[in-house]
Design a protein around this ligand. Sequence first.
Ligand SMILES: [Zn+2]
Length: 397
Amino acid sequence: MLFAESMRFGTFGSDYDHYDDGPDVPDGYIPEGDALEFVFEHQRDAVEEAVRDEAAHWLNTGRQWLDLLNIVSRHDKEQLRETIRKGVTGAHTAESDASSESQLFAVASDAARLLESTGSPYAILCTLNNLTWANDLISLTRAFRELLFLLSESDNSWLVHYHLEKPLAEVNSALAMGRPAELKWGTVQHKDRKFFRRTNPESTPLHSHIAEWICEFMVVHSSSLGLSVCAECGTIFVRERRDNVYCSKACQNRIAYKRKKIFESGALVEEKIDPNAPSGLTRGMWISHPRLGLGRIEAVRFSDRRLWVQFEGHGFGERIPDGKTGEETLAKVREGRKEKPVSWEEVVDPRSIELRVRFLQIARTFRAWELFPHGKKAESIPTFYRVVDPSTLADLL
Ligand SMILES: [Zn+2]
């Protein structure tokens, strides 16, 4: 028999209230269920401080991963800037997005130096002989930056949900490359022996291990520790307030100065766009977004285009597939039909617009409700510009 004969089920201490003849309630006793509430009511500051301390401790422990992401992010920012410059001056190619060998090498050598200086077991695995790991690190850093941008977005959770898809897929594919951490026993940092978890670098690539770190941040610490990406230098920093966009006063001043220079130079001219007929929005135009800054429109697409064909006596409508022209779709409709159309037209739903914009830190796709938001304050609505002097603009970026 495992239990004493007088055994009953109950929660220790919770019965004090109910038995007059029971033991006296100790001074200061708080029923179990009320304890948490009590702590929050009377010790909220202490609780919040403890949570913040916990997050700060976590950040400190994983400092090298943040440093590593920052090495990549700062390099990658230069690379994105270069991509924009090329786009402005017309030298943009489809491959510009991919990292060139020399850029990869620059990221890899700085990252390898950091791993070596911290004595990381990844130092011997991440060498300059094969740069795949650096490429993976760049993709992961971009995804993390996007996640951080989305975290600092205002309350529009639906939009956030829409934009989360890609970066989440990137982080998850990184996670899938690794194995769960192993269980070990021994001393950690000269303390007593205990159990702990350790990633095996042989079975878990560097970017996969860092994806794990990112996950822990997103799940456990992101509510108490605000990380942000500097819109000017690409540094991931601890922000004081949600709307902190720059890592430092210096970066804030630099970007304000640059923007002023750009607008003063007359390289950009504002264009008013009619939301009901946004045909003025074309590739190569610029957008000034209240949070993300200046970006170049890389592609414009309307997802809802229809072909309307009028025959003698009746009409016929058909959706135009992505990537097809109205003429191509018309040719298909006419196939196998004897009668000739009297007229035809392409009807495009202006609300189905999608704009791909390249900012310094990220590329982002915007939908109509983000470009022409209803009932928003004027300063939170994007404005559009046409480039009249590409080389000056490229110089000033
Ligand atoms: Zn900065």
